[in-house]
Design a protein around this ligand. Structure first.
Ligand code: NAP
Length: 460
């Protein structure tokens, strides 16, 4: 049984789910296609009404939904509640601004007049990860439903209850059948579904391997795809940084969501003059973090999402140490049942050591002391990923000059990479392509149709 709720705090199976049959998936696609014919003709006001209702229900059910997140993937409960709020904000943001974003855009051609009209393209498939089970879906579903598309969501197999709960919110909000459908199926089957000619576009958030599989299928069938993949964000601390603030944000940047964020600060790069002070304070704060049951409000670090994830992370650390990395803190599985890993800091990393290039998805920080700012920028860019990154300095103009040289989709000054409804989110290089959130996020799966008006009196 591949689709299961397994509580990572105990590693016990809570509930198992039957995968949908091929016939059931086929019927879901047919229903989404049929729903598109009417949904694409609804007004923005009607679409906004549905989305606002979904957001309202999400807030009403916040406690139950947050507990579901914590049960299925181990996020600490206060952060799970925060995720529900953030997801509702995103849904309302598109309900409130979608019509404005998709209004006809006048052009100024050399002759005559012209404008761009935005129209929905059809049924979309979203393949979503477990690390933010509601937020990731909100980023994909809200803009696209507002644009008039219909949605099929293949959620991660370890968060089936979250996937079903989101579909139920849409049902309860009065969504016509086929507007939003949850597909209970494994990832392996998702790529094949992209070939279905009723599906017009696909968006995947997850690993590079899954992204490559989906994108190659989309390319083969000439379909638009958006990929939001992994990252290994650099967190650069310059000489003129406020060190105490940088340390506080470093802890949040690495430990938020138990370290399982695509945009977590993963590589801490400090210039020589302040590196020792930063590392000492950072180590002390990570050492004091309280590990425990993620449902307990005093817990600061919960389990990883699954036993498999914890085994993989511990193995990455062990392989790195065998290749020459030094452990400053932690380095092992925590001594308790469940999918726990100790807060860990690795140093003495260089190319050839696994932790130098691999994404570490959990509470493991890589620390680098470098000669100067140029060396920090060079190291930050020495990654196959290009998602986010941070620069800490008290001189904002200085921060902007450094940010300009970082080869990623997002750079934050004096803050870890973060997210909110009105800021575009996405990466370059192996972190994927396309953007979610903000005005850019509603622009991905719409036809931008040129309508050109000529006067009948225009010459041939
Ligand atoms: P994953 O294994 O790629 O899973 C993500 C989704 O893809 C799941 O629904 C999974 O289904 C599905 N999937 C897996 N293999 C597939 C395939 N061959 N074809 C089609 N679909 C497939 O990702 P993960 O390791 O669980 O998630 C962590 C990764 O996601 C990290 O690299 C993280 O950085 C990245 N991430 C990126 C962003 C972003 O916005 N850039 C946000 C969050 C996470 P099953 O669960 O059924 O296998």
């Amino acid at each position: 049984m591949s689709i299961q709720t397994i509580n990572p705090n105990t590693n016990k199976v809570v509930k198992s789910f039957e995968e949908m049959s091929e016939k059931a998936v086929d019927e879901a696609v047919a229903l989404a296609e049929q729903a598109f014919t009417s949904w694409s003709k609804t007004t923005f006001k009607e679409r906004a009404q549905l989305l606002n209702k979904v957001a309202q229900l999400m807030r009403r059910e916040k406690t139950v939904l947050a507990e579901m997140i914590t049960l299925e993937m181990g996020k600490i409960i206060s952060q799970a509640e925060g995720e529900i709020e953030l997801s509702a904000n995103i849904i309302e943001y598109y309900a409130n601004h979608g019509e404005h974003f998709l209004a006809d855009k006048p052009l100024d051609p050399l002759a005559g007049s012209a404008f761009i009209r935005y129209s929905p393209i059809g049924v979309l498939l979203g393949v979503e990860p477990w690390n933010f089970p509601f937020y990731q879906v909100a980023r994909f579903a809200a803009p696209n439903i507002m644009a008039g598309n219909t949605i099929l969501v293949k959620h991660a197999s370890i968060v089936p209850q979250c996937g079903i709960a989101i579909e139920n919110l849409f049902k309860e909000a009065g969504a016509p059948a086929g507007i939003y459908t949850n597909l209970l199926m494994s990832g392996k089957r998702a790529s094949a579904l992209v070939a279905d000619n009723r599906i017009k576009g696909v968006s995947l958030t997850g690993s590079a391997a899954a992204g490559a599989s989906i994108a190659s299928e989309a390319g083969k069938h000439l379909k638009k795809s958006v990929l939001e993949l992994g990252g290994s964000d650099a967190f650069i601390i310059l000489e003129d940084a406020n060190i105490d603030k940088a340390v506080d944000w470093a802890v949040v940047g690495r430990m938020n969501n138990n370290g399982e964020c695509c945009v977590a600060a993963k590589r801490f790069i400090a210039v020589e003059s302040i590196a020792d002070e930063f590392l000492k304070k950072f180590t002390a704060k990570l050492a004091a973090i309280k590990i425990g049951d993620p449902m307990d409000r005093s817990t600061e670090l919960g389990p990883l999402s699954s036993e498999e994830a914890a085994v993989q992370l511990a193995d990455q650390v062990a392989r790195s140490v065998a290749a020459g990395a030094r452990v400053i803190l932690g380095g092992k599985r925590a001594d308790r049942p469940g999918a726990f890993m100790e807060p860990t800091i690795l140093t003495d990393l260089e190319p050839g050591i696994p932790a130098y290039y691999e994404e570490l998805f959990g509470p493991v920080a890589s620390f680098y002391k470098v000669k100067d700012e140029d060396a920090a920028i060079k190291l930050a860019n020495d990654s196959s990923f290009g998602l986010g990154g941070s620069v800490f300095t008290e001189d904002i103009e200085h921060g902007k000059r450094v940010a300009d040289q970082i080869d990623t989709g997002m750079v934050f000054i004096n803050h870890p990479t973060w997210t909110q409804a009105d800021l575009p989110f996405g990466g370059t290089k192996d972190s994927g392509y396309g953007r979610e959130l903000s005005e850019l996020g509603i622009d991905e799966f719409v036809n931008k149709k040129l309508i050109r008006v000529s006067a009948l009196s225009d010459p041939f």
